[in-house]
Design a protein around this ligand. Sequence first.
Ligand SMILES: C[S@@+](CC[C@H](N)C(=O)[O-])C[C@H]1O[C@@H](n2cnc3c(N)ncnc32)[C@H](O)[C@@H]1O
Length: 369
Amino acid sequence: MEFVAPCLLGLEGLAANELKFRGIENVRAENGRVLFSGGYASMVRANICSSMCARVFILLAEFEARDFDTLFEGVKAADWSSFIGERDAFPVKGNSLDSALTSIPACQKIIKKAVVESLRQHYGISWFEEDGAVHQIQFRIFKNRVSVMLDTTGEALNKRGYRAMSNDAPIKETLAAAMVDLARVRADHTVIDPFCGSGTILIEAARKALGIMPGIDRSFAFEQWSQVDPDIVEAERQRARDGVRKDAAFIAYGYDIDEEALAVARRNAELAGVGDRIVFERRDISDYKESFDRATVITNPPYGERMLDIEQARELYRIMGERFERKPGHSYILISPDDSFERCFGRTADKRRKLYNGTLRCQVYMYFR
Ligand SMILES: C[S@@+](CC[C@H](N)C(=O)[O-])C[C@H]1O[C@@H](n2cnc3c(N)ncnc32)[C@H](O)[C@@H]1O
């Protein structure tokens, strides 16, 4: 089978490398998505292991279409009966960009009709109850190229199951995981987030250091599908459990001025199984100081969008520049949408990476020593 795993723009290469590292085959990075090939074991593994992808879809058809007839025939030709049983539900949703087929409801209707026609020919029935397992059909039309997919994930992969509560401006778990990846966090690292909010970056860092797979605690849509052998799922879950390294020396420190955010962070860290690895403390960035031999600071300070205004945010960047000492063994991985970040911070980054936090264009600034 061919699979498609969408991700935030700018994370494609990182997300692809992670899947390759987990033993997934034929992985290719494209704009906003990663493709790979394999059987159900690869599908289960990608869902459990990918920290940066949003979902895993089975790609059932990909073709050019500028009119509804071509859309209908292209969808009908796909092998639907191998995936959708007689009683299964198969709702359709999707989007279209820069294409001749612009009406989403009309595309939904045509695709549904085409799938029904294909299943009708296979099962010899004309009415589908759709009271069985949900097989969400997702389409994407981009520049007249149609992709028709089945969602194997269900609730998006950034929902790890540990975020019971959230504060005002939490970073998406997938983006936090990407920053942790860029920071090259290892099992013996000391990681600090001086604007930790609900603790997402440190929780992602701790789980990575301890080998706790992002999807280990949650369920997936494919678990309801009769064609997926539960033994394969259990084998992949066991493989993930075997990878946990409880002996890792990892420790992290999270600071924030907001006591309520810190309470949320403590609770989330407990739920994520890393409560004993992260110390949370109320501290203003103006009082930031640390004396570790080695430390990795990973943070998303207020942007001046949802929190503070732009000038207040820039003042924080200036204070960070003063407080974050340039010394051997210390690296700083910082995200901001503000193009004047380096000027306010006072240092040119060793490396930069452009990416999108949702629709907001940001850069990750990396200072390695
Ligand atoms: C963008 S949020 C960080 C969100 C966090 N990454 C998460 O996932 O929840 C910025 C955080 O900076 C904190 N903050 C604002 N001004 C601060 C200051 N002067 N010193 C320390 N923390 C501050 C806010 O309370 C907020 O929690």
